[in-house]
Design a protein around this ligand. Structure first.
Ligand code: NI
Length: 257
C-alpha cells in the first residue's frame, strides 16, 4: 500500500533524536509521500531543507495564524520566491485563522491570511488552511480572495457537515487525522461519513494529534493507518480503498504525477 501523508511537521524538535531513522522505517513500509508543512518562518526554512534532502518529502511554506506577527515584507518575498522557484514546494501553508487564543488580533490574522491566499494565487500553488473557531471569517476571507480559483485543503477539519458544504462548493478538500478516531469526536465522524471519499485527504499533523490508541503520545505518519481504518469503517468500505483513493486525491490536488 502507498500512503500519502499530506500534513506533518518533522521539523519539530520532538523528532530531533530519531528523525532520519523514522523516515527510513516509514519509507521502507507503507508511507510513500510526505508533505512537511511550515508553520513558523523557521519551520518553513526547515521544511524546504527536509524536502531538498529527501526524495519522498515535499514542502509547504506559509505562516500559521498564531505565528503571523513574525511576518514581514522581506519574509513574504522569501515565501514567494521559494514557492515559485523550488519544485518541491507544493503548497502555501499552513495559513488561516485561529481564534482559540485572543492573540494575534483577528484583524491581523485576517490581513495575513488574505495576503497569503493572494500569494498562492500569484505563484499558482494550492493552499493548506488551518481554521479553528473561525469558520465564518475563514469562508469570508476565502471568498474575498477567490479561493475557488486557488484550491486547497481544510486541514484537520473541525466544523459541521453543513459548513463542509460551503467548502465543498469552493472545490476544497478535507484533511482528516487522529481526531476522527477519538471516541467523542462525533462531529468529525459524521462529517467524514458524509463527505465524498474523492474529497478526503489523510494527514497526521505529527507530532500532534496521535490517533487512538496512541492519543496524547508523539504522533508519526505510520499511525495514519488507524485514520484510514476509521474512515473505512465510517463509510463501510475497505481500508485499501480509502488509502488508494486518498492518494489519488492528494496527487491531483498537489499536482504530483
Ligand atoms: Ni499542522
Amino acid at each position: 500500500m502507498k500512503i500519502f501523508e499530506t500534513h506533518a511537521h518533522y521539523d519539530d524538535e520532538a523528532f530531533r533524536e530519531d528523525r532520519e531513522a523514522l523516515f527510513d522505517e516509514m519509507f521502507a513500509n507503507d508511507i510513500d509521500t510526505i508533505i512537511n508543512v511550515g508553520a513558523s518562518f523557521a519551520g518553513c526554512e526547515q521544511s524546504v531543507a527536509l524536502a531538498d534532502s529527501h526524495e519522498k518529502i515535499y514542502a509547504a511554506v506559509g505562516i500559521h495564524p498564531e505565528d503571523v506577527e513574525e511576518l514581514t515584507e522581506a519574509r513574504m518575498a522569501w515565501l514567494k520566491k521559494t514557492a515559485s522557484e523550488n519544485e518541491k514546494v507544493l503548497a502555501i501553508g499552513e495559513i488561516g485563522l485561529d481564534y482559540h487564543y485572543p492573540e494575534p488580533a483577528k484583524e491581523i490574522q485576517q490581513q495575513w491570511f488574505r495576503r497569503q491566499l493572494n500569494l498562492a494565487a500569484d505563484v499558482k500553488k494550492t493552499v493548506i488552511i488551518h481554521s479553528r473557531e473561525a469558520c465564518q471569517d475563514t469562508l469570508a476571507c476565502m471568498r474575498a480572495e477567490h479561493a475557488e480559483q486557488i484550491g486547497g485543503v481544510i486541514h484537520c477539519y473541525s466544523y459541521s457537515k453543513e459548513a463542509a458544504q460551503e467548502f465543498l462548493k469552493m472545490g476544497f478538500y478535507f484533511g482528516f487525522g487522529g481526531v476522527v478516531t477519538f471516541k467523542n469526536a462525533k462531529k468529525a465522524k459524521e462529517t467524514a461519513r458524509q463527505i465524498p471519499l474523492e474529497r478526503i485527504l489523510l494527514e497526521t499533523d505529527s507530532p500532534y494529534m496521535a490517533p487512538t490508541p496512541f492519543r496524547g503520545k508523539r504522533n508519526n505518519s505510520a499511525y495514519i493507518d488507524y485514520v484510514a481504518q476509521e474512515i473505512a469503517d465510517l463509510k463501510g468500505i475497505s481500508k485499501e480503498e480509502v488509502i488508494a483513493v486518498t492518494e489519488e486525491n492528494a496527487k491531483k490536488l498537489f499536482a504530483i504525477i
